[in-house]
Each structure stands twice: as structure tokens, then as C-alpha cells.
Design a protein. Sequence first.
Length: 393
Amino acid sequence: MKIVMVPSGFKECLDADEVGEAMERGVHRLHMDASITVIPMIDGGEGFARSIVNIKQGQLYHMEVTGPVGQPITSCFGVYSEHNKKTAVIEMAAAAGLKLVPRDRRNPLWTTTYGVGELIKGALDYGVDHILIGCGDSGTCDGGAGMAQALGAVFSDEAGKPVFVRGGGDLHKVQTIELAGLDPRLRDVQIDVACNWHNILCGMDGVAHVFAPQKGATEAEVEQLAGALHHYAYLIHSQLGVDITHAPGSGASGGLGAGLAAFTKAKLHPRYEIIMQYINIEEHILGADVVLTAEGCLDYQTPNGKIPSEVARIAKSKGIPVIAITGTIGENAEINYENGIDAYSSIIQTPTSLDQAIKKAALWIADSTEAALRHVRIGYQIAHRSFVEGKRP
């Protein structure tokens, strides 16, 4: 039997490598005569920079930046050289990720992407020709305004007084945007962004309504953020001539996609369009008997560009069954049956606290993987017996 496992990370718990290791342990418990391939999958979020740099045999550089709640943190970016071009790899989660926001301070009205701009400046200091940015796992909703300020953009109120945007809650104060002080080195660097193409900045399907609640916003704060981002998009369109209101990817990472497009002239890409240039999972999936994937939460949003849906799309094109191992099963998860996932199950074995679930996640992932493959093995045994007995499987 050929088993291929393509997990993503469990947000704020285990990265994709750790999930893959846990799944592999579960398989080995069965002592199956099987070919096992584990491909930890990145989606632009946590682990993006390290994974790409490892593949390209580059180097990570650490630096102090402003974290999402305004306090200094140690972050990093990667650099590698290829075809006489030096590329920096940045993951926004390393400077403004949800994991970096203390649980008692989760409010996207007051979290910033300022540190992302500092990482970009740090990369420019290394004389790079190209910057690849991964958007995912964010704890912010400031439309990339913090990032823009770190790079030299100035926002002012109706009286012409500079406004320091601390988070999405300050965007409504801004009336003018000045880019004269923007880092001039940006003009000579190509910036590509791997993002969720389905995320847009404004409207009922915009980033505030869809994702701000996950980052700690109340219903009232969601409406406040939605209004502020709509105002911000209007200013960018009217003053900078860039319409990012409903542009694909503009809502990525709390609107960082919009800010990168507007202020750095970055090109936004569907994240797998970029990632598949580095990780070719199709050649590994080809010929598999079963594919397992994993995600922290499986719900109605999973088909909108999440790793399990992308894995299922590829596997289904080869006629291969897909099983998803998930931390939690969320709202309308059954929609995934219509999008290539044949079966899914939660790792949670008993009523438990979040802290306890995080502590036991690796063990439970191994348990769930073992259980899933035991069911697969039963199916193989039934099919084999039917074949031997001359019955239709």
C-alpha cells in the first residue's frame, strides 16, 4: 500500500512538520507493509519562510521588530540566491501572527502589521532583488497600514495632523495618505505575495466579517472594522488610484494583501500558484492508494483555498480517496464531502480544555491516523476476500 500524507499545521499548536511526524508515528503503529510519504504543506502562514529557505538551501536572519500588540519581539526572514538573483522570504505570521497576540489582548482594532514592514526593510538591507511574502495565520486587521508606516508612509487626519495607525480601529481617522517618504528601494524590488485568493477587503464577505471574530472582535467591533476598512479602501482608490476594495487576495491577513498591493506595488497570487513552484505534491500523490491530510479546523471555509481542499482537488484528479484528520469540526463541515474529501474525523477523544487539547494534540493526531488507516485496512481485507471468493467487491 502506498500512503501519502500532506498535512498543514494546527494553528497555535503544531507546525506542519510536527503534524506530519505525529501522523507518521500513527502509521508505524500498524506495522503495515506500506510505502509512506509525508509532505508537510505550507500555505503562507507559520513555517512558510523556514520551509522555503530550507528547500532553497538559504539562510534565516533574525531581527527585533514590533510585534502585533506593539511590544518588541524577535522575528526572522530568509534569503537565498538562485539564477543570479537574491530573494528574501517573509512570513507575516512571524511578525504579526495570531500566535503572537496574548489571548487576553486579542482585539484586531489594536493589533498592527508594523513589524511586517520592518522585516521588509531588513530584507532590503541585504540587497535583495525579489521578496516573497506569505500571508496567513494573522492576528491583525489593519489593512497593512502598520506595514506601510514602517516603510515610510504617512497618514494624516482632516486637520493635516499625522495619525499613527495602531490597528484597524484608527483607520477611520485617516483622511490623507502621503507616500513621499516611502523607502525608495521598493521601486527596484519585485514583490510577490502568496495569499488566499478568496479573501477580499470589503463587504459582507470581506475580511472584517469573515475573520475578525476569530481574532477576538465582538459583533460591534466587526462592524467598526468593516466601516473603517471601507473608508480606507476609498482613500486608497481616490488618492493613490489603486482599487483594492474587492480585489482577489486584498483581504489576506487582515487586509495586508491590500496594503502590499497599494503601497509596495506587490503582485498578489493565489497561494498555491506560488507554493507549487517549490513543493510538487502531484508527483508524490500519483499512484497512492490513499491520501491523508490534516487541518486545525475543518468547516465551511475549508473549500475556499485551505490545504485539505487543495490536496483533495489534486488527489481527486487522480481518482485517489482522501481522509482528513482535523482538530475540530466546525460549522457546515459536511460541505467538504462535495469538494473531494471522502471522510474526516476530529482528533478530540474526550471533553477537554483548549490547553489540554494543545498539549495532547500530537498524541491524538497519531491515534486518529492509526484509526483511519485501520478502517482503510478493513476495506482492503473485505475487497480482497470478495475477489478471492469471486464476489463483486
